[in-house]
Ligand binder design. Structure first.
Ligand SMILES: Cc1cc2nc3c(=O)[nH]c(=O)nc-3n(C[C@H](O)[C@H](O)[C@H](O)COP(=O)(O)OP(=O)(O)OC[C@H]3O[C@@H](n4cnc5c(N)ncnc54)[C@H](O)[C@@H]3O)c2cc1C
Length: 481
């Protein structure tokens, strides 16, 4: 949906001037919120609100509703297609609401504001002997942001999504109503704000499930050179009857070999590109107490890996921050500031191998750019109860994604290739992970994505945000043009 921002620019300024202590429209603030981690879509908001509490969120929603102003909730802005930007409307930056209210040991939850950064939450819970049941690889994202997206982590094969691991949410709907929802009360709202991309309400507070954790983590680094063998072992590791492993993580790692004929190639060698031999590292962890020495054979015997690369010992907090050296490398290679049109898919287990092998065969390693990588994420679907998280049928699914860092001059070429990989995945029965590079630009494409949940999405929009002010432009509804 395109909006004419000039029609409400003066109304935004008026509200910002009346609420100058929490609504800002200085150039630096607008620029900071004009794109996201994707850095290929740029939209300047009219103003940025940093609410001090739920009452401010209600006041802003009511004003936007009365004036017809778009309002996009934003957490840490790590989406990649402008999901948390606004073209001329308000951006509501939830990070200003960041109180942690404490752990309730009886219910196994920590009560916190939606703007709390997961790393800060871990710094709070781990010294108290608890860890959120599911954490994403990057901890610099917010509770409300990942609950609105899904939040897949190394423990998801056992516990599901971060969106599954909340017991209660406080939400301000598009009507300005404050509703507490859970599996027991107002479930219809609870089920659409989880993985709801800010379309139906703004999450202001959450009760996040935690579990007791041990202070030490041992990680086994195993390497596979055969995707089929890797998948057989992954099925075994993910067996819901076997709770030996705490986390499971993996990726597709290209080992650049030489040149061969792929695609168009380059000027001096038509049809020639670098090609890679693909390896599949698998990382498994167990937790243990100080002074304990886990029996390694118990954890890795019977797995059919190609190489055992050894173990790494971490404290619990070091383990949670294990990706930081990778991110540091991206900074050093200037990859952090490049475009990141990440294309992630969730594939049916039975076709995953043929799709992935074909896609990787045609993926020159240099297309990933400095710091780019290829995601490989076996998942067990039985652990999720978030209806709007779309994934293929079957007990197991495979997440796979091309996560490149692209210099602007190669962006068009990269987007074309990513579009092709995305379309092919959908053709194979895959579902896209919606925080990434998404170009569904018609209601029909959205209907195809949501399948039998499309009616639920449309009805929920009409019910919870009838004025259509919340995060317009991402999901295309049939009544918009
Ligand atoms: C380096 C890196 C590593 C990553 N690793 C993982 C990973 O391991 N697993 C994984 O699942 N994802 C991962 N992601 C993707 C990440 O989880 C998503 O991009 C997610 O959107 C980030 O959350 P955020 O806090 O930045 O939210 P934002 O991007 O700001 O927002 C996400 C969506 O939620 C909406 N929203 C924001 N706040 C609210 C609110 N208060 N109420 C309602 N809706 C709201 C926004 O409008 C937007 O649609 C990674 C991303 C990066 C950049």
């Amino acid at each position: 949906m395109t909006v004419d921002s000039s029609s409400f620019a003066s109304a935004i300024r008026a509200f910002a001037e009346q609420n100058a202590d929490w609504v800002f429209f200085d150039d630096a603030t607008l620029e900071e919120h004009a794109t996201d981690w994707g850095r290929w879509k740029f939209e300047t908001p009219g103003a940025v609100a940093r609410p001090r509490g739920t009452e401010d969120v209600v006041a802003l929603v009511n004003y936007c509703r009365e004036q017809g102003i778009p309002l996009t909730p934003r957490a840490h802005g790590h989406s990649q297609s402008g999901q948390s930007t606004s073209d001329g409307g308000f951006v509501l930056d939830i990070r200003s609401m960041n109180e942690i209210r404490g752990i309730d040991e009886a219910t196994g939850t920590v009560d916190c504001d939606g703007g709390v950064v997961w790393r800060v939450l871990c710094d709070y819970t781990v010294p108290r002997g608890y860890v959120p049941r599911v954490l994403t690889n990057n901890l610099a994202v917010c509770v409300a942001g990942t609950i609105s997206v899904a939040g897949i982590g190394a423990a998801s094969f056992r516990y599901g999504l971060q969106a599954d691991n909340v017991t209660e949410l406080e939400v301000v709907t598009g009507e300005g109503e404050v509703i507490v929802c859970s599996r027991e009360q107002n479930r219809d709202l609870f089920d659409v704000v989880r993985c709801g991309y800010g379309q139906f309400g703004i999450i202001t507070r959450a009760k996040v499930m935690v579990r007791p954790c041990k202070p030490k983590v041992r990680m086994y680094h195993l390497l596979y050179d055969d995707l089929g063998v890797f998948m057989k072992d992954a099925e075994r590791i993910m067996d819901p009857e076997d709770d030996k492993y705490h986390t499971l993580e993996s990726r597709s790692a290209p080992c650049p070999i030489f040149t061969k004929r792929i695609g168009e190639g380059i000027e001096l060698a038509k049809g020639m590109q670098m090609y890679a031999y693909w390896l599949y590292p698998l990382f498994l962890t167990v937790e243990y107490d100080e002074g304990e020495d886990p029996n390694d054979a118990e954890f890795i015997d019977g797995l059919n890996y190609y190489q055992n690369l050894g173990v790494v010992e971490y404290t619990q907090l070091e383990f949670l921050n294990r990706l930081e050296p990778v991110f540091e490398l991206w900074h050093r290679a200037n990859a952090w500031d490049m475009a990141h049109p990440w294309m992630e898919v969730i594939m049916p287990w039975d076709v995953a191998q043929s799709y992935i092998e074909f896609a990787q065969e045609n993926l020159p390693p240099q297309a990933l750019g400095a710091g780019g990588h290829v995601l490989l994420w076996p998942a067990c679907t039985v652990s999720s109860d978030s209806p709007l998280f779309m994934h293929p049928e079957g007990k197991f699914n495979m997440g796979w994604g091309i996560l490149p860092a692209v210099p602007q001059k190669f962006l068009d070429q990269a987007l074309n290739s990513l579009d092709m990989a995305s379309e092919m995945a959908i053709g194979y029965g895959g579902k896209r992970y919606l925080s990434g590079y998404i170009t569904f630009d018609t209601p029909e494409k959205w209907a195809a994505h949501f399948g039998d949940k499309w009616d639920l999405v449309c009805e929920a929009k009409k019910r919870w945000d009838p004025s259509g002010i919340l995060a317009p432009g991402f999901i295309q509804y049939p009544w918009e043009n």
